[in-house]
Design a protein around this ligand. Sequence first.
Ligand code: SIN
Length: 486
Amino acid sequence: MELKNKNLLQTEAYINGQFTASASGSKFEVMNPYDGTVVAEVSDCAIADTEQAIQAASEAFQVWKKFTAGKRARILKRWYQLQLENVDDLAQILTIEQGKPLAEAKGEIKYGASFVEWFAEEARRIYGDTIPGHQGDKRIVTIKQPVGVVAAITPWNFPSAMITRKVAPALAAGCTVVIKPSELTPLSALALAELANQAGFPPGVINIVTTTDAKAVGEVMTSSPLVRKLSFTGSTRVGKILLKQCADSVKKVSLELGGNAPFIVFDDADLDIAVQGAIAAKYRNAGQTCVCANRLFVQSGVYDEFITKFTAAVKEQQLGNGIAAGTVIGPMIEEKAVQFVESVVSDAIAKGGEVLTGGQRNGDKSSLMYEPTVLANVTTDMSVYSSEIFGPVAPVFKFETEEEVIKLANDTPYGLASYFYGRDYAKIWRVAEALEYGMVGINTGMISTTVAPFGGIKESGFGREGSKYGMDDYLEIKYMCWGGIE
Ligand code: SIN
């Protein structure tokens, strides 16, 4: 790796303002998913390290919460600026450990930084209310206060932005944080810690516990009475476990979990725009985002034309090393992810599905690169219909009526993102209102932005990230009833 700022490559956990080895001294290897080479060895923390980080965050909370909003905002702004100044290095670190193409990695760093800028600005707008009293001698006032120490468990698919999207509102609100990044991508998290150090956060405000023992660390985070809030992005399976664990100490919880996004193309859609949107919504990050289009439903009148145009566009997507110029789809994250994709594609083929392009690994058996794939003749009994694919495979279903497609789209326990293309405005309102999802993209395949509330319903979780709503998850409302005012 050719970094301009070599300090960004940190390999030890970050606790109480110091990069520190784990108590046991053990380390784990971080691999480049493109070629399997070892990129770094990182501290493997366990229970004692996590407890130390939580203690540090708890002590720092007493200091940080008393900073004025303006002072917190200025430090956050410096952190934001440092992220932008170091965008090339941060993107390189991200691509090397995660695999996504460099241009996409740069996009992620800027997207992640934008949450820091946004919440630095929002810090000054944590307003309370005055409420007309219910009795003549009473006055009612509300204030908003930080919840306390926040545990943030973040995923490998956005190793930088999923941290800033949680940590920026938490810090802006006056909370302190303990982050557990994915063991597959800890380097991006540690690079953010290095910049946080430079930005001037007091020790203990941000802590990062790197570990391969997610279960033990997660148990400490969810059982500690010092932790008052858990924010998790990851699978629905793990989210349910964490939610149960948080019940005992009744923590505030936000969960951003799995999805099974429908992508609907109606007969009256602009097909070129729909194809472009489907490419973006399906193949971004090699299909490894919770908002990726998972099931494409195309109305019968345009099915053949859409399939032809879409397959041609998919064939142009260049698969390769994320660091190399021209690559638009990188490797998948790990072997078990590729095997899962292989299993859903085999299941579809066995039940009559047709591979129009892709349908296999690119390269030898150890390659983590899966070719961008289009499947036709798919049916609802196939696992591509009900499973979150989390890979570059697009199953295309044919439908006849609006009523039918709404039923199919909602036929899932998930409710994160959904997309549809059409031009009739009455239908647009009907469909947008009928889709049981937290987010709806209408004539667009790209819905992620700092300024909008990101989040799901049903088994995709609860809580919102980004936007003016993103701060609410890190604040408590206190109501004061003033009496005896004659
Ligand atoms: C995710 O996959 O969890 C986040 C995707 C995004 O922010 O676009």
